[in-house]
Structures are given as structure tokens and as C-alpha cells.
Design a protein around this ligand. Structure first.
Ligand code: SAH
Length: 382
């Protein structure tokens, strides 16, 4: 079929590999997007990743015990049994190595893995976040109690073995929860955040702030999203679910004014620091629920020309969509990491006379079932 051929054109290895499954994977994802979303608007060919391996910049390893041995890796599907992982095809290889070193150090420092059932033990998880453009590396040690015995020596030994680490944080998670990070943290080494560069701007990322896991592919997604926003320099743009402000800050060069809204206060602090860091003054950020914020805004005198929205996997809300349509923007660009909730939300837009023009799938998460999409939604002339 032509469609399949088209998506294969995007596979960077198609001429060399002679039989790997990446192009097949891409067409499968494109078919899934088509099946869910073709009724809303034109589906463009999926954009494949140029680096489908080892792209993931955020790696979380859970710690546990198996047959008296310390292990670290992921939970077995639908359980909390740790499967030991030494290397993974999608994760940044630096992160895998650091986690391995930490496991060895825990043995020599007699640091025990936390046991969820009994509540004994100390180390729950290790999270490693790497920046692709600056090579900065953050390590977060998630512990079940505030006391990390010998932490100074531990940090020193870790830095000696892994000099690429630029900051180390202890996150204290005393709750019986499946959330990885705790409420409190202690800075053990460095600045407490990493910086990365996306589309020519520099971004600070703190431990608890969302940051796209595949930055190389994210640059292409952002460029396309901003192109679809059709900015001329005169618009007021809302960047909803803005995280550390990436999309809005990158788009600010082409807009009159940008307003960013994000629920996580730590991410909003990063976003404000990122505006200052990049000398951008036509942007302001608000720590709030996007729906509640837009509900207020849509009842004020403020005119919005374009809305860019990038909600989590659960999608947006009827409150947000209702308010977005009430604000009467010319265009809405919806960046989605879940085509199912995107379909649900596009239906709500359609009911309010906002029609989907086109949908572009991107392979932002190679070797997984996940697929990212950008949808351009426009007000139908009535
Ligand atoms: N646009 C950003 C972040 C996208 S991820 C980027 O590309 O990096 C989705 C973001 O929505 C997360 O930062 C999450 O904290 C935020 N979020 C989740 N629920 C929200 C809500 N109800 N209101 C506002 N932001 C929310």
C-alpha cells in the first residue's frame, strides 16, 4: 500500500539494514493513528526518528533484592517485582552505566534496597537524567528515610567512577506510594538541576520538572507545532501544559506575547528562570490548572489568537476545551502523546465547531508502542 511505502521512506535505516523491524514498527504506529483519528482530519505520514536506539534521557531504576543479591531495574509488568536490568536499548547508555556503578557502590557501602512489603531498607530508586546537547547528568537517589549513612563518601566515590555526573540529589520518599520522587530533597553535589539546549534555547530542568524524553525528535515536533501555529509576530499565544516553558519560549520569537500555564510549581519556577536565562521578556507563566486558568482567561477581555496545548497522557478536560473554544482563537495546535485521549478531545472540539485539519504522527518513543501526534484544529467559519 502506498501509505506504508510513504512511512517507510522516513526510516533512516531502510537502505542499510535489510530486515530490521523499525520501518514495520513505524507503519504499525501510523496505522493505529489512522484507525483512531482518520475521521477527524487528514493523517500525514509518520515521521520516524533518526536515532531509534538509546534515545531516552530519563531513566528510573527501582532497587530490590533477589536471592540475597541487590538488583536494580524495572518492575515486572503489573507487579512491583524488580527485574534486574543491566542495559536497555532505548535508554541513554551513560545512565545504564551510572546505575550499574551505584549498585556496586551500594554493596560496598552496605546500603540496602528498600522493601515495599516490610518497609525496611533505604534505597528505593535511582533516577538519572541526561542532557543531550550539554552532556550534563543529574543523579537522584530516592531514599525511604532522610538519613543516608556515609553520603559524603558515597558521593565522592560515585563522582570518581562517573566524572560525567554534574549534580547529585537525594529525594526523600517516606510514603507507601508508587510515585518515584518524594516531597523533600537534599542537594548532595552540584547545582541541583541540569541544562539542555533545544531549538537554540537553553533550558534548566529540575528533578521534578517534566522534560521531553527524546530531545532530538522533540526539536522536530516543536518546529512543526510552531509552524502550524502560523505565527506572524502579532499574536497572543497560550502555551498550555507548558512544563519548563520550552514550546512557548521557542515560539516567543514569533509572537507578540506568550502566556504559559502549568500545574507543577517547580516546573513554573524553571520556566521563569528559562525566560530570564534566554533574555525573553514577552512571556509570563502561571502555576495553575490549565482548565481553571483558561476558564478565567476566556471570561476576561484578554484576546487569544493561538492556543498550543500539550497535556499529559490522560489528555485535556471538557472544562479546558469549553474555555478554549469560548476564547475564540483562530488556531489550536494540540501536541498529544496518546492518540486515544486525543480522539476523545478532538470530538469535544468538533462539537464546538473547531475542526481538525491535519494530524501528523511522530515516532517520539521508538521501540515502544507509544506514538506522538500533532493536530491542527481551526475554527470553522459559520
Ligand atoms: N509542553 C511541555 C510539557 C508537556 S508534559 C514540554 O513539551 O516539555 C505535560 C505537562 O502538563 C507536565 O509538565 C504536567 O506537569 C502538566 N500538567 C498536568 N496536569 C495539568 C493541569 N491540569 N494543568 C496544567 N498543567 C498540567
Amino acid at each position: 500500500m502506498r501509505r506504508t511505502e510513504k512511512s517507510e521512506v522516513n526510516c533512516p535505516y531502510r537502505k542499510k539494514c535489510g530486515g530490521c523491524q523499525y520501518s514495520e514498527q513505524l507503519s504499525r504506529k501510523e496505522r493505529r493513528v489512522r484507525a483512531l483519528l482518520a475521521g477527524f482530519g487528514e493523517i500525514r505520514p509518520i515521521v520516524g526518528a533518526s536515532e531509534p536506539l538509546h534515545y531516552r534521557n530519563k531513566v528510573t531504576a527501582s532497587f530490590g533484592f533477589r536471592n540475597g543479591k541487590l538488583i536494580s531495574g524495572v518492575y515486572e509488568r503489573a507487579t512491583h517485582r524488580v527485574v534486574n536490568i543491566d542495559r536497555c536499548f532505548i535508554q541513554d547508555e551513560r545512565a545504564d552505566r551510572i546505575i550499574h556503578v551505584i549498585r556496586e557502590l551500594c554493596i560496598s557501602f552496605r546500603i540496602k534496597a528498600y522493601d515495599e512489603d516490610s518497609g525496611f531498607g533505604l534505597l528505593r530508586h535511582v533516577m538519572v537524567r541526561t542532557a543531550h546537547a550539554t552532556a550534563e547528568v543529574m543523579v537522584i537517589l530516592v531514599t525511604a528515610s532522610p538519613i543516608l549513612p556515609g553520603s559524603r563518601n558515597f558521593v565522592e566515590a560515585l563522582r570518581k567512577k562517573c566524572p560525567e555526573i554534574t549534580t547529585i540529589i537525594q529525594s526523600i520518599n517516606t510514603q507507601r506510594t508508587s510515585m518515584v520522587l518524594g516531597q523533600r530533597e537534599k542537594l548532595l553535589y552540584g547545582r541541583g538541576y541540569i541544562e539542555d539546549v533545544l531549538c537554540g534555547l537553553r533550558f534548566r530542568i529540575s528533578s521534578g520538572s517534566f522534560y521531553q524524553v527524546n530531545p532530538a525528535q522533540t526539536e522536530r515536533i516543536y518546529e512543526k507545532a510552531i509552524e502550524l501555529a502560523g505565527l506572524s509576530g502579532r499574536e497572543t499565544l497560550l502555551d498550555a501544559y507548558c512544563g519548563v516553558g520550552t514550546i512557548g519560549l521557542i515560539a516567543s520569537r514569533r509572537a507578540k506575547e506568550v502566556i504559559g500555564v502549568e500545574l507543577n510549581a517547580e516546573a513554573v519556577r524553571d520556566a521563569e528562570a528559562n525566560a530570564r536565562r534566554n533574555g525573553i521578556e514577552n512571556i509570563s507563566f502561571y502555576a495553575n490548572d490549565a482548565g481553571a486558568f483558561l476558564d478565567d482567561l476566556s471570561r476576561s477581555d484578554k484576546k487569544l489568537d493561538v492556543i498550543l496545548m500539550d497535556p499529559p497522557r490522560t489528555g485535556s478536560t471538557v472544562e479546558f476545551i469549553e474555555s478554549a473554544c469560548r476564547a475564540k482563537p483562530e488556531r489550536i495546535v494540540y501536541v498529544s502523546c496518546n492518540p486515544e485521549t486525543l480522539a476523545r478531545d478532538l470530538k469535544e472540539f468538533k462539537r464546538r465547531n473547531y475542526k481538525t485539519r491535519e494530524i501528523i504522527p511522530f515516532d517520539n518513543f521508538p521501540l515502544t508502542v507509544h506514538v506522538e501526534c500533532i493536530a491542527l484544529i481551526q475554527r470553522a467559519k459559520s
